[in-house]
Design a protein around this ligand. Sequence first.
Ligand code: AMP
Ligand code: MG
Length: 347
Amino acid sequence: MSSIYNFKENINQEELENIANILKEGGIVVFPTETVYGIGADATNDKAVEKIFKAKGRPQDNPLIVHISDYEMLKYVATNINSIEKKLMDKFWPGPLTIILKSSNNVAKSVTAGLDTVGVRMPSNNIALKIIETFNIPIAAPSANISGRPSGTKLEDIYNELKDRVDLFVDGGFTDIGIESTVVKVENDTVIILRPGKISLEDIEELGVNVKLDKHIFEDVKENEKVESPGMKHRHYAPSTKTILVEYAKDQIMVDKVDKYIKDNKNLRVAVVCFDEHAKYFKDRNIEFIKMGSIKNQLQISKNIFSILRYIDKLELDVCLIEGINKDHIGTAIENRLIRACEYNIL
Ligand code: AMP
Ligand code: MG
């Protein structure tokens, strides 16, 4: 079983150097970022990166994001950076934005899954930055979870599934944002959002650049269809319990849908994940509910959502109905994760 370093209150310098040594020797380490927890390895060491794929059971064709702590590292991993990419970096780094860039072929082949591009991000979480700085080599790190499962936003949620698969855990408490980074690619002077995150289409528009959402953000990928980002094809974020998304609508429409589902499925144990403000409807009807946060605070919901998706499994329900969110700002990203968690089952 691997040990845990507790960096919640402060970062221990000696332990930081131990982490760098583990990475140097080709080990893999779970650490917090401002989005979700990551499993990191030396991005230039093929064997170390292979261990991440093995630990997660991640499909080999799904590339990893490379995490850097300064612009020297950027120069090492990517090349031909254009003015729009530079603008994005100036505005949003360090922070939850991954930019797909032309690879300079210095990272391990398994990191990019053989593509000629590389996804790069400079995180803002202090623990993550300190780990990369101390190691002084870019770190490849996907989300810390078994592939297909919800991402980890606190160590307690992921420790058991990963404890025999990684060399060390760094505990930084509950992550701030709770959903993974926004992933963008610049094509023909347009910023294409391949995966939505806290940095929203509206935020990027403020830079005065063209920006659009990739069509697969709310749509399943058809067989043999070409996608911009391999991760779009794979099963994602799903609890073991069957979950169904109740699309965002007027309160009464949403409540009617839930009532009808429960009436039509009397033999099933059903609960609802809802906005705090809507708990009253289910209380009145004696329906079990789990509150996900206030409808007025999208960031609170984004912070809670993966932990709630994991909590659902503990309740041993037959079905969980999840209220959808308005698709603007970070709501776009939350809805994207919920649709996938529900495997496109929508009421
Ligand atoms: P994860 O590391 O689990 O948060 O997932 C990283 C996401 O970034 C996945 O959806 C990948 O498919 C995507 N990604 C990483 N590198 C690239 C790349 N070079 N081109 C396109 N998508 C990428
Ligand atoms: Mg992931």
